[in-house]
Design a protein around this ligand. Structure first.
Ligand code: HMG
Length: 397
């Protein structure tokens, strides 16, 4: 069977971050609750002129470098931070990046899970049309109420992947385990711009669904716990991922892993998430990007286990094998520079970004210019979002 998977992968996050130490001070919380209890250090906060479209276009423009875009026949845009109830956000990206007219563009939603269904829909398409490519983008802004228990697990980011036959980075295995249950652990009604969440219940479900989807995957694939060199998890907070991996070790081998063994399997994949926070649909693939970028050993031929969880809920377990020569296809240096050059926000600046008054009555609004990537949201006019290419990045403001 022809191999199908990731030919290119690139990640983008906001230029601005709030150190959770600053949040802890204002909320009167011991900072170790965030640093140790959640395993989270910072969260990326988008400025008013950054949204899921600009983050997606910025990630995709990197992923598409050296790709012949005329072969892209489908753009799958996974998000739960939609900007419109009708129009797919991917159409703006399609335009900003000059993708071919002969192209399907669609937006997919199921909480943090939808990038994984996009992947599973693309795979049979590419087996049938091995000369074509699919652009899969996951882009999200995780947002809870100010002062709520979810606040410290906010974040933002986008991952863009070019999927194709005979992929340079990762080929996916055929077997998967998948579970759906109607639960109310996290949701965002149309009238609310931040999510409602039952935090403890959602964490319990995350672990229950891991067990169910893993067991299906293991039974179908015949692959055991030790037959995966590394693991990537959807990462709402890194501490929950550590608990999840311990849970897999316990149900498979009746052991508690040492800190060293745990770090060896999931440490690299959590490194970017600790710095950017939850990026919902993108989070699992941010984890893969971090693993590929940061592992010192050559990962060629190594199998990775993936756990995708979207509240509400759908969970899926699947796997893939890293391809020889994968390093030549990565954007590692760009990711390192982007994270190193972020601007630290004060608490007051964070709250000003969070509370930016976008018009809701059709009035026009020029959006103040901040540091972004190549694309920004320039204005809102006649109920329309106007995006612009940034000629020259201004300094942080
Ligand atoms: P919380 O109320 O912030 O934290 O909730 P907590 O009180 O449970 O404390 C967290 C840990 O810190 C505890 O350890 C404390 O003991 C420890 P644990 O019992 O878990 O081992 N702690 C300390 N440690 C060291 N020093 C201290 C200290 N103080 C306390 N001084 C929660 C955390 C993640 C629930 C919250 O942030 C939340 O509700 N977040 C949003 C929902 C969420 O992320 N759920 C996770 C699973 S659901 C999911 O992944 C889907 C999602 O991504 C959405 C989607 O699918 O679209 C969310």
């Amino acid at each position: 069977m022809v191999k199908v998977g990731i030919e290119r992968i690139a990640f983008y996050t906001s230029h601005y971050a709030l150190d959770l130490e600053a949040l802890a001070k204002v909320r009167g919380v011991d900072v170790n609750k965030f640093f140790v209890g959640l395993g989270q250090q910072k969260m990326s906060v988008p400025p008013p002129d950054e949204d899921i479209v600009t983050m997606a276009a910025n990630a995709a423009s990197r992923a598409l470098q050296s790709i012949d875009v005329s072969a892209i026949e489908m753009v799958l845009f996974a998000t739960e931070s939609g900007i419109d109830q009708s129009k797919a956000a991917g159409i703006y990206v399609h335009d900003l990046l000059g993708l071919p007219e002969r192209c399907r563009v669609i937006e997919l939603k199921q909480a943090c899970y939808s990038a994984t269904v996009a992947l599973q829909l693309a795979i049979p398409f590419l087996r049938q049309h091995p000369e074509k490519k699919v652009l899969l983008i996951a882009s999200d802004i995780a947002r809870y109420g100010l002062g709520t228990s979810g606040e410290s697990s906010q974040g933002s980011g986008a991952v863009a992947m070019v999927l194709s036959a005979n992929p340079a980075i990762m080929a996916f295995d055929a077997e998967y385990g998948v579970v759906t249950e109607n639960v109310m652990d996290f949701w965002r009604p149309n009238y609310s711009d931040s999510a409602f969440v039952e935090g403890k219940y959602s964490s319990k479900l995350y672990l229950n669904m891991l067990e169910k989807s893993w067991q299906q995957y293991r039974d179908l694939s015949g692959r055991g716990f030790d037959e995966h060199a590394y693991y990537c998890y959807h990462s709402p907070v890194p501490r929950l991922v550590e608990k999840a991996h311990q849970h897999l070790a316990k149900i498979n081998q009746c052991v508690k892993l040492s800190e060293e063994a745990l770090t060896a399997k999931i440490g690299h994949s959590l490194a970017y998430s600790r710095q950017i926070g939850n990026s919902y649909t993108a989070s699992l693939y941010v984890g893969l990007t971090a693993l590929l970028d940061l592992a010192e050993e050559d990962l060629s031929g190594k199998r990775v286990g993936f756990y995708s969880y979207g509240s509400g809920c759908v969970a899926e377990y699947f796997s893939g094998v890293i391809q020889p020569g994968y390093r030549d296809a990565l954007d590692t240096q760009n990711h390192a520079t982007m994270l190193a050059k972020r601007t630290a926000l004060s608490y007051a600046e964070y709250e000003a970004f969070y509370s930016f008054p976008y018009p809701e009555d059709g009035s026009s609004c020029e959006i103040p210019e901040h540091q972004t990537g190549q694309f920004r949201l320039a204005s809102i006019q006649d109920h329309k979002r106007i995006y612009a290419k940034v000629e020259k990045n201004i300094s942080a403001g």
